[in-house]
Design a protein around this ligand. Structure first.
Ligand SMILES: NC(=O)C1=CN([C@@H]2O[C@H](COP(=O)(O)OP(=O)(O)OC[C@H]3O[C@@H](n4cnc5c(N)ncnc54)[C@H](O)[C@@H]3O)[C@@H](O)[C@H]2O)[C@H](O)CC1
Ligand SMILES: [K+]
Length: 519
């Protein structure tokens, strides 16, 4: 499924209308009918609990002056046909409104739908209504709602009534998911035609309630010509775009050598668990063999703690520190390996940026860089753009703080523009970028972006990222394409987190180890 911006949606609508010739009023009719059906669906759920089930439901429609308002008026017409009591509350005097919304206004008047015009401060008897349709602002909105829309949105929110939002909650930025003050908090959002980015990105996702994408008759040809490059990550997408089955299928006549050997450089005195989790996750994602490299002093007490993994101690002069281990020792270990992960729980030391840069240039394998490895990169005096391009897939897995350091901007700026920032970074540096957080974004060097909606806040726990890095490394070792490994790794990691939370009947008690066990 694709995810669109307002501009993309408008261009797709325009193509359907101007090039294909579908009348705008037809699209609007389909849109309004879909909204009415969502209201009826919501009512049928609520009716079961209501005593006077026979009374006609009463819905108030808040109507803005654009096409979003037009959709709302159509919905009112269809609800009236289904026996609902409906009333149109126009946000501003509708006499000078233009275009399709004016057509709908006149139709509604002729069939006797009652209406009034909102004025801030007027008394609205909210208690007389069962629900509200928010048809104030849609994809044509720019900036926070202005008056009188803002006052009306505030009052609607305060009413406590269920709200069905037309296309998107008014006050929500359809492109970034930012929410204005005020913003409608919807029970259900009927997304018209296609899913808008803001409906799944936080904090917007929280205001959209249950989001239902409703077709409105926009032909595939209109969507295709727009060449949208942003997708929602799910099993269907993994199968269609990357040929990846969930769970992956293994051929019968194979052996451990078929599934590759991952080298993991991770862990330090206080964070050996990061390497443990990363190695175990690489195995659980199907890698044939995993070697975990650590400073020798640390390797001794780890012996036997992870029997399926080969733990390899690198001579450290008895210090137990990565600072005592030259990059060449790791480069030599890459022989007969198919992928490498560097960074989880490694810590930092003087000169580590140059150390990492040497590995960046010398490792001739698909590479995952996580955690401290990303901070080493971020501290480079030379801009990342001047680092040589690597021949093999390179996957960076920053959380927003690490991304902020890599881009030398604030974490807030990262969060405001997650999708486009990740896309630009991946294109510019020719890497695969996994920007973690609620709604992890995977961006490929060709500019395509995959947004993950699986997972839960229980996964915000120490070690969760080490598990992800290990999984991606494990898939790379099995010969997966870099973008496919990152996308599948992210989706399966999140799905395992959901499964683990369900098994425990709790998000809060989830640990990184539970995610591995749920894989
Ligand atoms: N175009 C189509 O074919 C279809 C569109 N559908 C629906 O239409 C909306 C988008 O409609 P549009 O007229 O472009 O914009 P809006 O209704 O969102 O409103 C624009 C309207 O509001 C004013 N305005 C803009 N920003 C603000 C603000 N911050 N505060 C107050 N007022 C604002 C502006 O002046 C405009 O007049 C789309 O979401 C769908 O719901 C149908 O789906 C059918 C096909
Ligand atoms: K709306």
């Amino acid at each position: 499924m694709i995810l669109v911006t307002s501009a993309e949606m408008r261009a797709i609508d325009r193509y359907a209308i101007d090039e294909i010739g579908i009348p705008a009023l037809v699209l609007m009719e389909n849109a309004g009918r879909a909204v009415a059906e969502e209201v009826i669906r919501l009512e049928s759920r609520r009716q079961r609990g209501r005593k006077d089930e026979t009374r006609a439901p009463r819905w108030l429609v808040l109507v803005g002056k654009g096409n979003n308002g037009g959709d709302g008026i159509v919905a009112a017409r269809h609800l009236m046909e289904s026996g609902y009591a409906v009333h149109l509350l126009y946000a501003t005097p509708p006499d000078d409104w233009q275009g399709e919304v004016a057509v709908q206004r006149d139709l509604a008047a002729r069939i006797g739908i009652r209406s009034s015009v909102y004025e801030p401060g007027m008394r609205i008897h909210w208690e007389e209504w069962d629900g509200i349709i928010d048809a104030l602002l849609g994809t044509g909105a720019s900036g926070p709602p202005r008056e009188p829309y803002a006052s009306l949105i505030r009052e609607a929110c305060a009413s406590g009534l269920p709200i069905v939002a037309v296309d998107l909650p008014s006050g929500l930025n359809a492109d970034t998911g930012e929410t204005a003050d005020p913003c409608i908090r919807a029970t259900v959002t009927a997304a018209l035609g296609l899913m808008k980015r803001g409906l799944i990105l936080y904090p917007g996702a929280e205001m959209a309630g249950e989001v239902v994408v409703r077709p409105i008759g926009i032909p595939e040809a209109a969507v295709k010509q727009q060449q949208v490059r942003t997708f929602i990550l799910n099993e269907a997408l993994l199968a269609q775009r990357f040929g990846a089955a969930t769970p992956p299928i293994r051929e019968a006549d194979t052996h451990k050598g078929t599934y590759g050997h991952v080298l993991i450089a991770a862990g330090s005195k206080t964070m050996s668990g990061a390497g443990w989790l990363c190695s175990k996750a690489a195995l659980r994602s199907g890698a044939g063999l995993v070697t975990w490299a650590v400073p020798e002093l640390l390797s001794l007490p780890l012996a036997g703690t992870l029997p399926e993994v080969m733990i390899s101690g690198l001579p450290d002069g008895g210090s137990g520190q990565w600072s005592s281990i030259g990059p060449q020792a790791l480069v030599e270990m890459t022989a007969r390996k198919q992928a490498m992960v560097i960074g989880p729980g490694m810590g930092r030391w003087a000169g580590d940026t140059a150390w990492l840069r040497t590995l960046w240039e010398s490792i001739e394998l698909p590479l995952v860089l996580d955690a401290d490895a990303l901070n080493m990169m971020a501290d480079s005096d030379e801009p990342l753009a001047s680092w040589p391009k690597r021949r093999h897939p390179t996957i960076l897995t920053p959380h927003p703080g690490e991304m902020a350091r890599l881009c030398r901007i604030s974490t807030e700026e990262v969060q405001r523009g997650r999708i486009e920032l990740a896309r630009r970074f991946a294109e510019q540096h020719e890497v695969i970028l996994v920007l973690k957080g609620a709604r992890t974004v995977v961006a490929a060097p060709d500019g395509s972006v995959y947004v993950n909606t699986a997972g839960n806040p229980g996964m915000a726990t120490g070690g969760s990222g080490d598990v992800l890095a290990g999984m991606i490394g494990g898939l790379l070792a099995q010969g997966w394409d870099g973008t496919a490994a990152a996308a599948a790794g992210v989706y399966w990691h999140a799905s395992a987190g959901d499964r683990a939370a369900a098994m425990r009947d709790s998000e809060a008690s989830l640990t990184a180890g539970d995610i591995i066990e749920a894989l």
